[in-house]
Design a protein around this ligand. Structure first.
Ligand SMILES: [Fe+2]
Length: 157
């Protein structure tokens, strides 16, 4: 079925690619946050275990919304771990569990990297491709990541 929503095909294709790159970032960050939820140790275990859980649950919702937006624009949502790892701008840091503070620092750095990437993505989808809907959607995500980054940062004192 043809998608007739006032965006050129090339623009939609480019925006879907941007969404899939972000989807990869979020999936890698989801896995890392969940791994830290499982493996955190120390005197604040209970608190951090629950805190990381609330964060990966929020990221899980981002993942679904981003993938479904790619579909709404007529694209295909990436759903392969291999492709996520190849496309992600976030380092997975496999097999390495830092101490509790290091976990918070690593997640904070990832959220801040996503925030910076989102600022550029918003300019491109809105300015270059005229996709106000995705611009608005990504702006909402940007705000959520800013809040999550603040909560991580607040843990560091
Ligand atoms: Fe759990």
């Amino acid at each position: 079925m043809k998608v007739n929503i006032g965006l050129k095909d090339a623009a939609r294709t480019s925006v879907v690619k941007i969404l899939n790159t972000l989807l990869a970032d979020e999936f890698v960050l989801y896995a890392k946050t969940r791994r830290f939820h499982w493996n955190v140790v120390g005197p604040h275990f209970g608190e951090l275990h629950r805190f990381f859980e609330s964060q990966y649950e929020a990221i899980d919702e981002h993942i679904d919304e981003i993938a479904e937006r790619a579909r709404a624009l007529g694209g295909v949502a990436t759903g392969s771990l291999k492709e996520f790892l190849a496309a992600s701008r976030i380092e997975e840091q496999a097999g390495r569990n830092p101490d509790a503070r290091g976990m918070i620092e690593a997640l904070l750095a990832d959220h801040e990297a996503i925030i910076r990437a989102l600022r550029e993505d918003i300019e491109v989808v809105d300015g270059k491709f005229g996709d106000a809907g995705t611009g608005d959607f990504l702006t909402g995500l940007l705000e959520q990541h800013e809040k999550m980054a603040w909560m991580l940062r607040a843990n560091l004192g």
